[in-house]
Design a protein around this ligand. Structure first.
Ligand code: GAL
Length: 367
């Protein structure tokens, strides 16, 4: 927000407070923060985005801001038009979790022309200088935790193997997916190259750059399920078993689990190691049942707090708190970022990390 706009807002705010002071506060808002925020989330079909969007909207409204929350049903053109409407409505700040991070440059140029601050939420927006800040979890670390979990559970560092691995990657239009895969593959590829990990389907990217070759568009559970069905039907016909599946998130892990079940795998006997991310309730149920081995938990309430802090600073004409000014080059600039540390959750952690923290209720997961 330009100094011009800040002065104008400040003057308007002083005027508002002055008027409110001389008469009862008709709006009943009790004063508080001024300002309007447009929140643009990708979809309601994946649980975490419901938590993200509704949590941030509530936090902003509790603080006296107005917040418009839109979900775009995973359609990039819908998201663009929703953002255009938020710009036209005169928001001061846009918070965007991009469906396709390569397609927003034109609409963000419009935002910048109106001095609207743009916060890239969780997923980096690429190809435009008109992104001011990025709030996310350490995406490379998410993948690294998945790779290290597999390495440790299989005893790979001690030379164990060979094990049959089937790797998956996230949506090719999601900038996060390459970081998730790279973090995991930097741990696992050396074991593929030395034969401790074998990939019977042959779907082992030769390098991190090749990650999208095993990507699942839109993070869709049923697409992951049919992909594993195909691999099982084509490459596991002689009694061979899968020992480990690298899944970058929970929605894919849920589809993969459905495929394993239909192929006759059973928890506690021949069920493979299966990774995930997001602590979706359905995946926590699978973790408790022994059908998913771990999830990488990203407490979306923490992300909401970081973004709320960004917004408070922006509205006050101050610089938000940043802890990374090197990692996220979006092709036009290195976007100043705040990264939050993710953490592994396994079956024994569900109560202490997820339920005791209030992230989920025991009843959500059948406890
Ligand atoms: C990613 C996000 C993850 C993952 C996926 C599905 O961008 O960081 O939490 O779940 O999208 O929405």
């Amino acid at each position: 927000m330009s100094m011009k706009k800040i002065i104008a807002v400040a003057a308007a705010t002083v005027m508002t407070i002055g008027l409110a002071a001389c008469s009862s506060d008709a709006a009943g808002t009790g004063g508080g923060s001024e300002g309007s925020v447009g929140i643009s989330m990708p979809t309601r079909s994946l649980e975490r985005w419901i938590n993200d969007g509704e949590g941030l909207k509530a936090q902003l409204e509790d603080a006296g801001y107005s917040a418009d929350l839109q979900y775009a049903d995973d359609k990039a053109d819908t998201q663009i038009s929703q953002i255009q409407n938020q710009i036209a409505s005169g928001v001061d700040v846009l918070v965007i979790a991009a469906i396709d991070g390569e397609l927003l440059a034109p609409v963000l140029a419009d935002a910048k022309a109106q001095d609207i601050a743009v916060i890239s939420y969780d997923r980096l927006i690429n190809g435009t200088p008109d992104v001011d800040y990025y709030a996310t979890f350490d995406n490379y670390k998410v993948g690294q935790l998945q790779g290290e979990f597999i390495e440790e559970q299989l005893g790979l560092a001690d030379g164990a193997g060979p094990f049959n691995l089937e790797p998956f990657a996230g949506s090719p239009d999601d900038n996060n997916a390459k970081f998730f895969f790279s973090g995991a593959w930097d741990v696992l590829l050396p074991y593929v190259e030395n034969g401790q990990l074998v990939v019977p389907s042959g779907k082992a990217p030769a390098s991190n750059d090749d990650w999208a070759s095993i990507g699942i568009l839109g993070w869709k559970s049923d697409s992951a399920q049919s992909e594993l069905d195909n691999r099982l039907g084509s490459f596991y016909t002689g009694g061979e078993k899968i020992d480990v599946v690298l899944s970058p998130n929970d929605s894919l892990a849920q589809g993969i689990a459905a495929s394993l079940r239909s192929a006759g795998y059973t928890a506690g006997t021949d069920w493979p190691l299966l990774t995930g991310q997001d602590a979706d309730k359905a995946s926590v149920v699978n973790i408790l049942a022994g059908e998913q081995s771990m999830t990488v938990w990203k407490d979306t309430r923490e992300l909401g707090n970081v973004v709320f802090g960004f917004i408070e600073a922006i509205m006050a004409g101050e610089e938000p708190e940043i802890n990374d000014t090197e990692t996220y080059d979006n092709g036009e600039k290195v976007v100043p970022a705040f990264l939050i540390a993710p953490e592994v959750v396994v079956k024994d952690d569900v109560q202490s990390k997820l339920i005791d923290s209030g992230f989920i209720q025991a009843s959500d997961v059948g406890l």
